[in-house]
Design a protein around this ligand. Sequence first.
Ligand SMILES: Nc1ncnc2c1ncn2[C@@H]1O[C@H](COP(=O)(O)OP(=O)(O)OP(=O)(O)O)[C@@H](O)[C@H]1O
Ligand SMILES: [Mg+2]
Length: 258
Amino acid sequence: MIVLRDVNKIYGKGEGAVHALKDANLVIEDGKFTAILGKSGSGKSTLMNIIGALDSPTSGTIESNGVILNELDKNELAKYRNKTTGFVFQSFYLEPTFTVLENVAMPLTIAGMNKKERELKATKIIEELGLSEKINKKASELSGGQKQRVSIARALVHDPDIVLADEPTGNLDSQNGAEVMALLKKIVEKGKSVILVTHNMEDAKNADNIIEIKDGVATAKYMNGKYDNLFEHKTYIVEENNKKEIGESVENKVEEVK
Ligand SMILES: Nc1ncnc2c1ncn2[C@@H]1O[C@H](COP(=O)(O)OP(=O)(O)OP(=O)(O)O)[C@@H](O)[C@H]1O
Ligand SMILES: [Mg+2]
């Protein structure tokens, strides 16, 4: 489970500063398909990158299965990402001159696995995604749909717990888009968490949980009072400061502040 507490992201300083994420208090449930839904510029990618520890917040904390990510140094964070997360992007980010096999094996190279072992693992996942025929082709020689399947294979090869996908169907036609959505659902069925960024309500309908984001403000109806105990620190501070003054109405005051 990932818990965001009072997370803010502000890009830049002074007049040109953009407050892209405002006081996000969210729970990302394990083994669920979570969609982040919102219009262009609403803060979807910002939120996804913070959930996936690709970017750090300006303020607030990110907790992943009990580990406070803010407290990790650069190396520890890189290790965490390499073990826990896999990313898929709209524009694939494949290395065009590398083969499918080399692209998919890349996260294992970074993790320091030997060549034989990483080729074995990469080949297996390439087979699972129906790309065996293309295994020795350069990434630049593939169609968009094939490229996105390669990037999904690369996101899965190190067996992460969480797959984060930022508009993965954005550059695909509807058939290839539907295939990618089906693959993401399959990944959830295998017990992993999937986080999908989309501006498309139809795609979001595939999700178990939807986080809606508007002008940097994220709301999550699925949380619906279920996790209030995880955010008790807020209540606690308010109670401590206001107990004397507000006496019996402390409950109401807490509600207002929330
Ligand atoms: N690196 C950055 N530097 C400055 N501002 C940024 C940066 N990244 C994003 N922003 C701003 O933060 C806000 C949220 O951006 P974000 O990329 O999270 O939106 P988004 O919902 O993913 O949009 P899109 O659907 O167009 O990808 C926007 O106003 C954007 O201009
Ligand atoms: Mg975006």
